[in-house]
Design a protein around this ligand. Structure first.
Ligand SMILES: Cc1cc2nc3c(=O)[nH]c(=O)nc-3n(C[C@H](O)[C@H](O)[C@H](O)COP(=O)(O)OP(=O)(O)OC[C@H]3O[C@@H](n4cnc5c(N)ncnc54)[C@H](O)[C@@H]3O)c2cc1C
Length: 259
């Protein structure tokens, strides 16, 4: 009888997708001494207007994972108060009634804000520094799951094929890995649009205060990121896809905050 062949995987872990999820996982696992291959398709992280406000309980999680100091060193900015502006509310009164965002989790002053592309890049770099093999500009050609998970991909140095003990699909909402694994995506029907802009030079904004409120059918949020940068978001009904479309869209969006 032939002895069973023992397959030695090239990596403990191959992670497809180097966003916040993939970058954080790669960093933590590489720091724990695991061999990690992190594959990211983009050459540069673009501003996709999302994922910049880490909740207080998320901050506690970053501490547990040991990545909090990395994010703060990269400019992570804590907010400590929430002001609820809106129709019929006197702004001065709203500011007096601001909510203390440090009340949710002991020893966490509030949420932590860090721009999304910078957040991704910080974690990608941290993974490299921790010893992960990190690749950009990757096209994943095939993921084979099963007893010997395998990933075939192309990057600027050519075509590669690697095995791992575990393959993780961290490739976002349209995940090809999820489809390969036959995992069904459950989602709610969208009911609102959510648009956003990053405003620079907003030095008059209280850097510790985030704001939220509703004016008519427009729901707004603002999150300072430090150094005069503030991310503003607006939510509006799904039927109004064109509300902020076109060359005047950004101006109209800013004006919506001035009502
Ligand atoms: C408008 C909006 C605002 C949000 N705001 C917040 C917020 O303030 N706070 C918060 O906690 N969450 C927020 N979220 C949610 C948060 O952004 C997501 O949960 C988070 O970005 C998910 O991270 P991820 O790494 O799993 O996926 P993604 O961010 O989607 O990253 C996936 C990565 O995989 C890469 N990739 C995709 N396909 C492949 C492939 N085939 N091969 C290799 N790489 C691939 C992509 O380039 C990307 O870098 C927001 C979401 C939206 C839509």
């Amino acid at each position: 009888m032939q002895p069973e062949e023992t397959v030695i995987a090239d990596f403990d872990l191959i992670i497809v997708g180097g966003g916040i999820g993939g970058g954080a996982l790669a960093t933590v696992m590489a720091r724990a001494g695991r061999s990690v291959l992190l594959l990211e398709q983009s050459e540069v992280y673009e501003d996709k207007v999302r994922g910049e406000w880490i909740s207080p309980w998320g901050v506690a999680e970053t501490r547990r994972l040991g990545i909090y100091d990395t994010l703060v060193a990269a400019g992570g900015h804590h907010l400590t108060r929430l002001v609820g502006y809106g129709a019929g509310v006197d702004p001065a009164e709203a500011e007096k009634l601001a909510m203390d965002l440090g009340m949710f989790v002991p020893d966490v002053p509030g949420p932590l804000c860090i721009g999304h592309p910078h957040h991704c890049q910080t974690l990608f770099d941290a993974a490299s520094k921790a010893g992960a093999d990190t690749r950009r500009g990757v096209t994943v050609n095939e993921v084979v799951l099963g007893a010997e998970p395998t990933v075939r991909f192309t990057d600027s140095s050519g075509e590669h094929c690697h095995t791992a003990r575990l393959v993780v699909g961290a490739d976002g909402r349209m995940s090809a890995v999820r489809k390969t694994a036959g995992i069904t995506l459950h989602r709610d029907e969208p009911h609102h649009w959510f648009a956003g802009l990053l405003v620079e030079g907003a030095h008059d904004w209280d850097e510790l205060a985030q704001a939220t409120g509703t004016e008519g059918d427009f729901h707004f949020l603002a999150f300072p990121q430090g150094e005069g940068r503030v991310r503003i978001y607006g939510g509006y009904p799904i039927e109004e896809a064109k509300r902020f479309a076109g060359s005047e869209g950004a101006r109209k969006f800013i004006d919506a905050f001035a009502i």
